[in-house]
Design a binder for this molecule. Structure first.
Ligand code: ATP
Ligand code: MG
Length: 378
């Protein structure tokens, strides 16, 4: 195989981890920083190019690490004919209206919803969706931001103030009102699809969110759920003619999966694959977009991932714990920000749990809310 140049839209930790995974295969990554509009090296952040157009011209393939990319940039990339998965997939990931339509077109079970642009739509949504209801901005939401819960008809006026302010603040904004799903837990599926339709799907991960942000992901082995999730994965990926890694978040309601949302990219709940699967999600994304044979997605041991939120250090003793692997993102510290993660493995579930318990006992409880408690329930 020959060397490949891949341009990634977005210069965050996902581009960084793609770069680390691509190096052994001679796949070089440059990243377009959407904020500064510069082409940078994904590890050093040094400016390495001369603008987007030159970077597009010298890339073999263009892909993305997140979905909130200006459509003007996506359109230029689309014109080059080098962009994968598809700009339609990125737009679906970045706009809940398009996403919900896609789920219905793919016959993937999902929560009942209505779109709100004006006050009368809110009243109609209450009628159709019912209370309790979750309201989410169509554009720009992540980590639970841009969301409100309506749990009582008395809150309607108060909620409308917040919802209407959000709609007015951003062009083309709207709010998607969804029925509140009384789920037992949240799981997600990460998989890759190649241009010839070949797919490689990882085991499901069970996810714990704290205040809307992913805190803990544990790979699970549950064939019945896996098969439901895989069927929806394949339907959605085919509907989009998708190429690359796609992640799907689900609610598990008494053993029946409903899709919550999709992410047209490598995903935080797939970071466990770096130590827990034969080939990790970052390498498989690059293999897929470079049209190379996909690698095995088989789990090689029991693995969980703990996010490091808002902290730029953990005790050095973590490094001496067996089967613990720290991944820092090299980002500036901010409260609550995803700064890195720790993958924890074990040759058995019990061993993984023991190491997680040991880890939870040395990490600052304030920075890892609920970790101890959640680990004890695994
Ligand atoms: P992400 O960072 O995963 O992109 P996000 O901000 O896009 O998050 P969602 O995943 O849609 O938002 O919602 C965040 C969390 O809020 C979910 O993981 C889930 O815990 C909860 N949630 C979202 N929608 C619903 C719903 N309809 N019913 C119940 N809980 C919900
Ligand atoms: Mg989510």
């Amino acid at each position: 195989m020959a060397n490949k140049q891949v341009l990634v839209l977005g210069a965050g930790q996902l581009a960084r981890m793609m770069s680390l995974a691509g190096a052994p295969l001679n796949i070089d990554i440059s990243a377009f920083d959407v904020g500064s509009e510069q082409i940078v090296h994904p590890l050093t952040k040094n400016v390495i190019g001369h603008g987007l157009n030159n970077a597009i011209a010298s890339a073999d393939v263009i892909t993305a690490e997140f979905e909130h990319i200006p459509h003007s940039v996506l359109d230029i990339c689309e014109k080059s004919g080098k962009f994968l998965p598809t700009t339609q997939a990125i737009k679906a990931g970045g706009d809940r209206r398009i996403e919900k339509q896609l789920l219905n077109d793919s016959k993937a079970a999902n929560a009942k919803y209505a779109i709100i642009e004006k006050r009368a739509d809110l009243d109609a949504a209450i009628e159709f969706v019912g209370i309790p209801m979750v309201l989410k901005t169509a554009l720009g939401g992540y980590d639970g931001k841009g969301q409100w819960r309506l749990t009582d008809a008395k809150q309607v006026d108060q909620i409308w103030k917040k919802v209407s302010a959000a709609i007015e603040a951003t062009p083309h904004q709207a709010v998607v009102a969804e029925e509140f799903v009384p789920f037992e837990r949240e799981v997600s599926l990460v998989g890759a699809r190649r241009v010839n339709g070949e797919v490689a799907i990882y085991p499901l991960a069970e996810n714990v969110h704290v205040n809307g942000v992913l805190s803990l992901s544990v790979a699970i082995d549950e064939p019945e759920l896996q098969s439901q999730a895989a069927t929806m994965f394949t339907a959605i990926a085919e509907q989009l003619d998708y190429v690359g890694v796609l992640a799907i978040e689900f609610f598990d309601v008494k053993g029946k999966l409903l899709v919550n949302e999709i992410a047209p990219r490598v995903h935080n709940s797939g970071h466990w694959t770096q130590q827990g699967a034969e080939v990790c999600q970052f390498e498989n994304h690059l293999r897929a977009v470079c049209n190379l044979p996909l690698g095995s997605t088989q789990a090689i041991r029991h693995t969980a991932m703990v996010n490091i939120l808002g902290q730029n250090r953990v005790p050095e003793s973590v490094l001496s714990m067996p089967q613990c692997h720290i991944h820092w993102y090299g980002k500036e510290q901010r409260p609550g920000r995803k700064m890195g993660h720790i993958n924890v493995c074990g040759h058995s579930h019990q061993e993984m749990k023991e190491i997680l318990t040991q880890l939870a006992s040395v990490l600052e409880p304030a920075a890892f809310p609920e970790l101890k408690d959640r680990v004890s329930k695994l």
